[in-house]
Write a protein that binds this ligand. Structure first.
Ligand code: ATP
Ligand code: MG
Length: 173
């Protein structure tokens, strides 16, 4: 699976709608401190179904919504759309969060569960916790990881973590 486009609106510092194309090959994001590089990576992980506000440097999930500045009011919602290409063609995943209303997901225009978005990427080894997305401080955490955590990273890389999620779901039922 390859990420080809990211659209953001109201997500953290990305208050105005922006569309970014991701070209084949290695992509680097550069800019001065505080310009939004980490926010961009977090937006991609968020759209893939990241469920932990803490790992997005927030206290609550609504903290991803543009909080306002001295000159601009806060926003009521944040939305991130990512377009990816897999063996079945293009797939667009949209996650939206509204103040007081929580998150909603769409895949190719259809309303889906968070799980559906997570599984889509878990199977492709590109999920929100995938080692393909290297967040700030992540190298250090990989070096310091316990064996079980390192095994989980290898399973994500091998694209089999989706199977574990499905097994856990099957056991709960
Ligand atoms: P560094 O080079 O230091 O790692 P960076 O480019 O990764 O910087 P980010 O951490 O992505 O920068 O962006 C930080 C900026 O995003 C801060 O100015 C912060 O105020 C802003 N920000 C974060 N969350 C929100 C929000 N909900 N609403 C508005 N601005 C936000
Ligand atoms: Mg950063």
């Amino acid at each position: 699976m390859r990420l080809s486009r990211v659209k953001l609106t109201g997500f953290k510092s990305f208050v105005d709608p922006v569309e970014l194309r991701v070209l084949p090959g290695l992509t680097g994001v550069v800019g001065p401190n505080g310009c939004g590089k980490s926010n961009l990576l977090e937006a991609i992980r968020w759209a893939m179904g990241e469920g932990s506000a803490k790992s997005l440097r927030g206290g609550a999930m609504e903290d991803v919504i543009f909080a306002g500045t001295a000159s601009r009011p806060q926003r009521q919602f944040a939305e991130v759309a990512i377009l990816a290409t897999n063996e079945n063609g293009e797939v667009e995943v949209v996650r939206r969060i509204e103040r007081g209303a929580g998150s909603a997901y769409r895949i190719n225009g259809r309303d889906v569960r968070a799980r559906d978005a997570q599984l889509l990427f878990a199977d492709a080894a590109t999920g929100a916790h995938s080692p393909a997305l290297v967040s700030q401080g992540r190298i250090g955490s990989i070096i310091a990881a316990k064996p079980a955590e390192r095994r989980q990273m290898l399973e994500e890389a091998a694209g089999i973590s989706g199977l574990h999620v499905r097994r856990r779901e099957a056991e709960i039922r």
